[in-house]
Write a protein that binds this ligand. Structure first.
Ligand code: ADP
Ligand code: MG
Length: 503
């Protein structure tokens, strides 16, 4: 497989009163593991269920209840790690992070602080114009999600829904390699794309399937390069962490706001305080939630209810062998083997459902022609109806047949569009429709010749003009096409018109 090469994009630079500043960003992404049951109980993870209906005794923190690890969650974390080209740790362990909150009945969250299941990996984040950022992954660990506190149903009451309590999360921690708001959003998008291909996270940000804590600092040009050389965080600026972002748009807006706030502070002779902040979308600003001094002491310690997690290399190898083709490889194959442009390949691999559809259409057919039809005709038509590829009225088999008819010269491109509309609205077998409705392209030169002769005989004036000015030959082609209801093969018509006019 040929690799695609990209240039590194320029970091986002903000001009301050005292010179330029660059952004440095690191993300902690919380991805809900796609499994039926929770991390340590058999309770269902179904979204939108009746409040407190998916709660096992262990999730509710009942005394004496013991967690039992769900193998499916471990497998999903391993799959995700492999998809991010990361090291898989055969030995990992769970720790308790102690804090009190009503939506956390155990009084602690089970997480993996000291020995995460997945180590270092990397993601390629494409940013257009032939540029891409390689973002290093520091680690992925498994942890429990908390429940939900509901404060806005009644001003005098707080409610708690424990359905989410104990659902498995993967926390994917990046190195501070992201250099701008767009890159941060694109990075989250790339993680989501990969996890959807892998089937390890649904990536639905509105449902809170995918949330990010965003760490932002600013530095002077050249400082980041020094950091990369030495690994010394001291050369970078002090960072702030913006908690729990669940929209690409807000991630970008919050980073931009936060960077400008820090620059203004520093240029004003003040210091950036390392703290946790919250983004207020209504006001488009971040505000302090708690400073480092107020930070909780979580009193982490190894969870005595759980044995260390030991997995076998052979099991990891089996999972690796079962991985689907990932977006980068698929895109490279579409470009290198099927002749698609970088843009078309990106569009078609953005979502695995699009890619699967396209591959069925293109099987045994021209890749570029198939890509044009899927992107321009099908996607365009679906968008008009606000439909998704998964509820497309035209199946890949039907669209493939339409393209086959074009390739075999049975129908012209123009007729193909009519045929597509018929199949889209009425359904049916494209080949049968072409037969039944007489849509076949006329390639029989005898029939075309008769039509050409007729147009020439009826328009002596035009013939004289066209003989003097060959550019006018197109008019005859148009007339013949009209006379044959668009069914004549345009190439054959063109050749015959030229031949007759030259006589
Ligand atoms: P903590 O243990 O306090 O959560 P980590 O070292 O785990 O801190 O880092 C958390 C996140 O912050 C990581 O994604 C990391 O890349 C990012 N980060 C660390 N330093 C900086 C910095 N100076 N600017 C921006 N992001 C940073
Ligand atoms: Mg952290």
């Amino acid at each position: 497989m040929l690799d695609l090469t990209y240039d590194a994009p320029k970091p986002k630079t903000i001009a301050g009163a005292t010179g330029d500043w660059e952004l440095v960003i690191g993300l902690e992404v919380h991805a809900q593991v796609a499994t039926k049951a929770k991390l340590f109980s058999g309770a269902s993870t179904q979204f939108g269920a009746e409040p407190n209906s998916n709660v096992a005794f262990v999730d509710a923190g009942m005394p004496g209840m013991l967690p039992v690890i769900n193998e499916g969650c471990i497998e999903q974390a391993v799959r995700t790690g492999l998809g991010l080209k990361a090291e898989i740790n055969l030995w990992s362990a769970f720790d308790r992070k102690n804090y009190f909150y009503p939506d956390l009945p155990q009084g602690y969250q089970i997480s993996q602080l000291y020995h995460p299941i997945v180590g270092e990996g990397e993601v390629l984040v494409e940013l257009g114009n032939g540029t891409a950022r390689r973002v290093r992954i520091e680690r992925i660990h498994l942890e429990q999600d908390a429940g939900k506190s509901i404060h806005d149903m009644d001003p005098n009451m707080s409610f708690v829904d424990l359905n989410r309590t104990g659902v498995a999360l993967m926390e994917i921690v990046s190195r501070p390699d992201i250099r701008g708001p767009e890159e941060a959003a694109a990075y989250v998008g790339k993680l989501r794309q990969i996890m959807r291909y892998l089937g390890t996270c649904d990536g639905n940000m509105q449902n809170g399937n995918l949330r990010a804590d965003v760490n932002v600092s600013v530095c002077r040009p050249g400082d980041y390069e020094k950091f990369m050389e030495t690994g010394d965080f001291g050369v970078l600026g002090t960072r702030c962490e913006i908690k729990n972002m669940n929209s690409m748009r807000f991630i970008q807006a919050a980073i931009d706001y936060e960077a400008r706030r820090q620059i203004a502070l520093i240029e004003d002779g003040k210091e950036v305080v390392q703290e946790t902040r919250l983004y207020d979308a209504d006001k488009n600003e971040t505000r302090s939630m708690r400073s480092k001094e107020e930070a909780h002491d979580y009193r982490y310690f190894p969870d005595p209810d759980l044995l260390p997690l030991e997995i076998e290399q052979a099991w990891v190898d089996d999972i690796a062998a079962s991985l689907p083709e990932l977006p980068d490889d698929k895109k490279a194959r579409f470009i290198n083997d099927m002749g698609l442009s970088d843009y078309d390949a990106s569009v078609l691999t953005a979502d695995v459902a699009n890619a699967d559809f396209f591959e069925k259409v293109a099987e045994g057919r021209d890749g570029k022609l198939s890509a044009n039809w899927v992107i321009n005709e099908l996607f365009g038509r679906l968008k008009k109806d606000d439909k998704d590829i998964t509820d497309s009225p035209v199946s890949p088999e039907q669209l493939g047949k339409i393209i086959g008819l074009i390739q075999s010269d049975a129908i012209s491109g123009k007729i193909a569009k009519d045929l597509f509309e018929i199949v889209y609205t009425e359904g049916g077998d494209p080949e049968a429709i072409v037969e039944e409705r007489g849509m076949k392209q006329v390639t029989d030169t005898g029939a075309i010749e008769a039509a050409v002769d007729e147009v020439i005989a009826n328009n002596p004036d035009q013939v004289e003009k066209a003989k003097a000015n060959p550019k006018l030959a197109g008019w005859f082609v148009g007339q013949v096409m009209k006379a044959t209801g668009g069914k004549a093969n345009p190439k054959a018509v063109n050749e015959l018109v030229m031949k007759k006019l030259a006589q």
